[in-house]
Design a protein around this ligand. Structure first.
Ligand code: SF4
Length: 329
């Protein structure tokens, strides 16, 4: 999405180190912890200022949990989240509150987070009041400004959530995120619930806002063709782990991990003279409460060897920041 040329020279805005998010499984009459759902299981990546990092994987791969954990919407189990060079764990509640406006979240369906009886202008402006970033007298003007930026009209200010289409509601979700003038936005499946024609409009809006405001995005989606459009770099998640990470161009030109190859084989190519061989994965994604031993992908991998069932493959840089976790690469 970003058209910045020298992204590699830009400062690292977000540095996620060995992030884990485990949910306890309780059982028995005493409700003791009998296991864990390893939703996010030791992942590391960085995002530079002005960059869009796409996180892709099937439902249940842990990508949404990763986003929520980074924004502390849910507490992490282990690992570090370094934002603008500061370990967020080292901050007091008050200091963390000061960082909040800088890190925002766009949900798949913003309707769920809107009060049906609250006018849209008030819903967009209330965060400004909460953070003391505007006086009541200034709010209307600021809200009208972001409504216009997000392709909505001034008369929408006094309308209620049910009066908007799906695409307009996502514009409202984006307006609520950007009114606090953030540096970093996590967009979690922001176009998955929309018609294809509307998807393009919302992606263009996010792209324009990035250019205008120098935003940095973590863009989460199950749809690799959407992620291809928007991302500078892409991380592929499977069962709580990153299995491959590379620049968008490298990943599409030379995917290495069998899971990435399978995902890519389902992405249509615009040129009808070219064809990709379709790789159909058998079986469902296993439960993160009971992941397979060794390589977590071994139960579905067409290239599985006995070694894969025994040993976890190292996640390593195979050159130029292209990371992969597979024994046969
Ligand atoms: Fe497949 Fe083995 Fe590579 Fe895992 S380590 S992706 S099972 S070849």
């Amino acid at each position: 999405m970003s058209k910045h040329d020298s992204k590699n020279d830009k400062e690292i805005l977000l540095d996620v180190r060995h992030l884990k998010k485990y949910y306890p499984i309780t059982g028995g009459i005493f409700g003791r912890t009998v296991g864990h759902v390893k939703a996010v299981d030791d992942i590391s990546f960085t995002i530079r200022r002005g960059e869009t990092f796409g996180l892709v994987g099937e439902s249940g791969s842990g990508k949404s949990t990763t986003g929520k954990t980074i924004l502390r919407l849910t507490p992490k189990t282990e690992g570090e989240i370094i934002y603008k060079g500061v370990d967020l764990d080292s901050l007091s509640k008050q200091e963390l509150r000061e960082y909040r406006p800088s890190m925002q979240f766009i949900f798949q369906n913003p309707y769920h987070s809107l009060n049906p009886r609250q006018r849209i202008g008030d819903a967009i402006g209330e965060a400004l009041l909460d953070h003391g970033m505007a006086t009541p007298a200034e709010i209307r003007e600021k809200v009208l400004e972001v409504l216009s930026l997000c392709g909505l009209s001034s008369y929408h200010y006094d309308r209620f959530p049910h009066e908007f289409s799906g695409g307009q509601r996502q514009r409202i979700g984006i307006a609520r995120a950007i009114i606090l003038n953030p540096d970093f936005v996590i967009a979690d499946e922001p176009v998955s619930a929309l018609d294809v024609s509307i998807q393009a409009q919302i992606i263009n809006l996010l792209s324009d806002l990035q250019e205008e405001r120098g935003l940095t995005y973590l863009f989460i989606s199950h749809d690799l063709s959407v992620v291809e459009h928007v991302s500078d770099r892409i991380g592929v998640m499977y069962l709580g782990s990153l299995v491959e990470m590379a620049t968008r161009d490298e990943l599409f030109a030379q995917p290495l991990h069998p899971y990435t190859k399978a995902l890519l084989s389902a992405v249509p190519i615009p040129d009808p003279t070219l064809k990709r061989e379709r790789i159909v994965l058998t079986g469902d994604i296993p439960s993160p409460a009971d992941p397979p031993t060794g390589c977590k992908f071994h139960t579905r991998c067409p290239y599985v060897t006995p070694h894969c069932r025994m040993e976890v493959p190292a996640y390593r840089d195979v050159g130029g920041g292209h990371y992969v976790a597979c024994h046969i690469i």
